[in-house]
Design a protein around this ligand. Structure first.
Ligand SMILES: Nc1nc2c(ncn2[C@@H]2O[C@H](COP(=O)(O)OP(=O)(O)OP(=O)(O)O)[C@@H](O)[C@H]2O)c(=O)[nH]1
Ligand SMILES: [Mg+2]
Length: 424
């Protein structure tokens, strides 16, 4: 049974969208939603999330329906979780009977099921440990059942403390294992940067079709599935644009509203594939409330510190739209490229637009211009931002940021090949 709160200024449609999303998450995790309950409140109740009366109602409805899980559409505080479990008479050790789950716990569970690589598994474990740490209870029977901490307990130390210590030790261990893997990932990224190829990162709401698009564009054999968070590990491939230009394109984890901060933190190094990209290709499922997906994705991008990277909007799944719906979307998103990755529509246009977006970007160049070519120096001032200008016997030495598309005019004077660009 799914439970949500319509808090403060949020509209009924917001809440409905959020509960739909929660239903999809529950479904992906392997649960069947049987009923939903929504309460309108100004703020969440500090003790029971919903008002006490409403929380009791949720528990009794869930029991009457013989539900196994009462899933809350938000992260519950440790106190709320404990109070709700007490109210529902939850026995955490019982195989059956009602359990309380929150949005964060649910998403972590899906990530745990979908993690494939060693790095992905460690990242999910780290997020889970950080989620569990403030939610421990000192029940002796839990301790003996789990065997946690036995033999490590000092005099006067409670079972709770020793379990907390065990978790903290594990967190340290996982973090240090991750540090090694992060180093490898950073090294790879550095090598990629040296090739001078721009990196395009696919971002978007989970299930929007990012992996399908990567497959369509590059023949990469990546997993495509109609469920949330299929992709956790980043995949990078070469992509040929028009005019023989090559870029790297990266597919990675999808986003969702209120992506748990524990996950954002644990997946930091994976998300660097996004923060360090030259261009973002934001893939949207055009058939499912695009504005809301975009807002959710923008919120996560902001959280991970991506604010200045240029974005190309790709409206996917246009095969699911009627002509009338499509016309409306053209009006709402005049800048977007409309595609269907599944039906192979719009791929050439997408490649072309990646090229156009990249050509608009400025890159830093170092130029040595002989004195008789004052026109080139003038061009650099006119068209770019000159960061440094010094003179020697050989001529003018410039460090400037110029648009990639004007690079051709400066090729003869490049002192070194700039990062992120090959002169064509
Ligand atoms: N009708 C239609 N379905 C599509 C299209 N593109 C992708 N899909 C389907 O949408 C579902 C999700 O596709 P994925 O490529 O796995 O989506 P994703 O964005 O990588 O999702 P996550 O990795 O889970 O975040 C799959 O069932 C795809 O077959 C499209 O253009 N049209
Ligand atoms: Mg994917």
């Amino acid at each position: 049974m799914l439970v949500g709160a319509l808090l403060g200024e949020s509209s009924a449609e917001d809440a409905e969208w959020s509960l739909d999303e929660l239903a999809a998450l529950a479904d992906t995790a392997g649960a069947d939603p049987i009923d939903t309950l929504l309460q309108k409140r100004d703020t969440a109740d500090a003790a029971t999330y919903l008002g006490k009366g409403k929380a009791k109602e949720a528990v009794s409805v869930a029991n009457a329906l013989d539900a196994d899980l009462l899933i809350f559409d938000d992260e519950l505080t440790p106190a709320q979780g404990r109070n709700l479990e007490e109210m529902a008479g939850v026995n955490p050790l019982a195989e059956r009977g009602l359990k309380i789950v929150d949005r964060t716990g649910l998403i972590l569970d899906i990530f745990a099921q979908h993690a494939r690589s060693a790095e992905g598994k460690l990242q999910v474990e780290l997020a889970q440990l950080n989620y569990r740490l403030p939610r421990l209870r000192g029940w002796a029977d839990v301790m003996s059942r789990l065997g946690g901490g036995i033999g490590t307990r000092g005099p006067g130390e409670t079972a709770l403390e020793s379990e907390r210590r065990a978790i903290m030790r594990r967190i340290q261990r996982v973090k240090s294992d991750l540090t090694d893997l992060e180093r490898t990932r950073r090294l790879k990224r550095k090598q990629r940067r040296r090739t001078g190829m721009p990196v395009v990162a696919l971002v978007g709401y989970t299930n929007a079709g990012k992996s399908t698009l990567l497959r369509r564009l590059t023949d990469a054999q990546v997993l495509v599935q109609n469920q949330l968070f299929s992709t956790l590990d980043p995949t990078t491939r070469r992509l040929q644009l028009e005019l023989g230009q090559e870029v790297l394109i990266t597919d990675t984890v999808g986003f969702v509203r209120k992506l748990p901060h524990q996950l954002v933190e644990a997946f930091r190094s994976t998300l660097e594939e996004v923060t360090e990209a030259t261009l973002l290709m934001h893939v949207v499922d055009a058939s499912r409330d695009p504005e809301r997906q975009i807002a959710a994705v923008d919120a996560v991008l902001k959280e991970i510190g991506v604010t200045d990277t240029p974005v190309l909007l790709a409206m996917n799944k246009l095969d699911l739209l009627s002509d009338v719906e499509l016309d409306k979307l053209y009006g709402r998103f005049p800048e977007a490229v409309f595609v269907s990755a599944a039906e192979d529509v719009g791929m050439d246009e997408l490649r072309r637009r990646i090229g156009v977006e990249l050509s608009k970007l400025k890159i830093e160049v170092v130029l040595d211009v002989p004195f008789d070519r004052g026109d080139v120096v003038a061009r650099a001032h006119q068209d770019g931002d000159v960061l440094e200008e010094t003179y020697s016997d050989a001529g003018t030495h410039l460090v400037a940021r110029i648009r990639r598309e004007t690079l051709g005019e400066f090729t003869d004077f490049l002192a070194q090949v700039p990062e992120g660009a090959r002169p064509r």
